[in-house]
Design a protein around this ligand. Structure first.
Ligand SMILES: Nc1ncnc2c1ncn2[C@@H]1O[C@H](COP(=O)(O)OP(=O)(O)O)[C@@H](O)[C@H]1O
Ligand SMILES: [Mg+2]
Length: 149
């Protein structure tokens, strides 16, 4: 568990995890609206040498970005539950591609589709300040945090 003090620290955490990604990973981001899921993803994108500005896919539901080493970052947001079904095929394709890293916000709404081998990043508000509590669990969670206190 980590206390992440602000927006910049959240991006830094994402970047430090992003540099370790090799393709084929699935990260599920869990947290309320405004918790910092997309901010974390912007950091992941930095760690993947993505030049484009990562925007919330809340309205487009998914976005793909070209990353280092021929990798692709696929970023999904299933907040609008009723439209999640139309993307389940696209999501399945992303998850099967060994060169794609799949990040999912609001995966709870389609939980059954996500692989058991996934990293879950839980982001929680702290009372009275802008800090967030971040907890990683699941596939190889410990290795992502090795050089992060
Ligand atoms: N410690 C923090 N970690 C992440 N974001 C923070 C933090 N403190 C403040 N913020 C702000 O909270 C908002 C998080 O928004 P966003 O990342 O889009 O959340 P989500 O995708 O979970 O809805 C941003 O405006 C960001 O600048
Ligand atoms: Mg978001």
């Amino acid at each position: 568990m980590m206390i992440i003090e602000n927006d910049a620290a959240m991006q830094k955490l994402g970047r430090r995890i992003g540099v370790k990604l090799r393709g084929g990973e699935c990260l599920e981001l869990v947290g309320d609206v405004g918790a910092g899921k997309t901010t974390f993803t912007k950091g992941i994108a930095l760690g993947l040498d993505i030049d484009e500005d990562v925007q919330s896919p809340t309205f487009t539901l998914s976005r793909e970005y070209a990353a280092r080493d021929g990798l692709t970052l696929a970023h999904y947001d299933f907040y609008r539950l009723q439209e999640a079904g139309v993307l389940s095929f696209e999501l399945a394709e992303s998850l099967l591609d060994p060169n794609t890293i799949t990040i999912v916000e609001w995966g709870e709404t389609i939980g059954a589709v996500l692989p058991d081998k996934r990293v879950t990043v839980m982001i929680e508000y702290m009372p009275d300040n802008e800090a967030r509590k971040v907890t990683l669990s699941g596939e190889n969670a410990d290795t992502y945090l090795e050089d992060i206190q």
